[in-house]
Ligand binder design. Structure first.
Ligand code: FAD
Length: 292
């Protein structure tokens, strides 16, 4: 199907984009990579009257890893930029593991990490990663600039707290305090598919190999990304023994809210989450032992 008729604008500054969004009065949409919005428009699930293409706005394509390890991902950083970044490969194992699992190579060339957060698909992968890392987004609109924790940003399936005239300019992953570890695992029916179930784990370890900070987040097993906080809290202050790992896996599987569908039964998806948490934490513990 063809999309409904729409007006297209490609502003060259953020201020101009915000003014256009204001003019659109709720009927305008930001266009970033177009990998979620355009298919929705073709299916007529979305019919914005105005598309505000942000691809010509300078400065939004920066992927920066600071000396302290803080990561800033601009609104035009593509999935592939994250996948191919040596800085991410060296410093951030959860992001590095997730990037090659987003969709397929064609989608990864155009789609953006920030666009994925804004789209708020319950099966999106980046929201789980950013949640596990305790990240935030920076949004700018006619009322100024504000920072929103990712856990406050998404309010429901395909819903966020963004005002109609706000553009997310970047996602920020805070500087770690300890040694960084973690991973991302995703079960997909075939390469390029959305998650049947996925798990992001982000850890910081102290010098003794105990967990100083933890985040565990789940995708595909609820109406939004699930912040499995109780599971993460169960490993904080602990060495990663099989007992501690088993407890965290139990709590993560309990936190999942899967439904039975064509991808699998609810019980199966819970089992997958249990397995993924166990697998990621066990790998981290083996690596910590090898390094000691
Ligand atoms: P767009 O499509 O341009 O926009 C998506 C939504 O976000 C729109 O509502 C838009 O207005 C809004 N938006 C975008 N950027 C901003 C901004 N800076 N500020 C405010 N609002 C903004 N995703 C996964 O996570 N895992 C997968 O396995 C996966 N598989 C896919 C397979 C296929 C075949 C396709 C087509 C897509 C798949 N996706 C998957 C989605 C893909 O990752 C998208 O790229 C991503 O969800 C949206 O990013 P985008 O830049 O393309 O956003």
């Amino acid at each position: 199907m063809y999309p409904s008729r729409f007006r297209y604008e490609a502003p060259r500054s953020l201020e101009e984009a915000i003014a256009l969004l204001q003019e659109g009065a709720g009927e305008a949409k930001v266009l970033a990579g177009g990998q979620s919005l355009v298919p929705l428009m073709k299916l007529r699930f979305a019919a914005p009257e105005l598309l505000v293409d942000i691809n010509n706005i300078p400065g939004l394509d920066q992927l920066q890893v600071g000396a302290d390890g803080e990561i800033r991902v601009g609104a035009l950083v593509r999935h592939r930029d994250v996948e191919r970044s040596p800085d991410i490969a060296r410093s951030q194992p959860t992001m590095a593991a997730a990037a090659p699992l987003i969709a397929d190579p064609v989608v990864r060339v155009r789609g953006t990490l920030v666009g994925s957060l804004c789209h708020a698909d319950p099966q999106g992968d980046w929201a789980a990663v950013v949640t596990a890392l305790g990240g935030r987004v920076v949004a700018q609109g006619s009322a100024g600039r504000r920072t929103i924790a990712i856990t406050d940003f998404v309010t429901g399936p395909f819903q966020t707290v963004l005002a109609p005239d706000e553009v997310v300019v970047e996602a920020v992953l805070p500087a770690p305090q300890g040694q960084v570890a973690g991973g991302f695992l995703k079960l997909e029916r075939r390469v390029g598919d959305f998650a049947t179930a996925g798990t992001a784990v982000a850890l910081e370890l102290d010098d003794a190999g105990r967990v100083a900070r933890a985040g565990i987040a789940l995708t595909g097993v609820g109406s939004t990304t699930i912040d499995a906080r109780t599971a993460a809290d169960a490993v904080v202050g602990q060495p990663l023994t099989p007992e501690v790992i088993g407890r965290a896996a139990d709590l993560a599987a309990e936190a999942a809210q899967p439904s039975t569908d064509h991808r699998g039964s609810a019980a199966y998806k819970r089992h997958v989450i249990h397995t993924f948490v166990t697998r990621i934490l066990t790998r981290v513990s083996h690596r910590a032992e090898e390094a000691a």
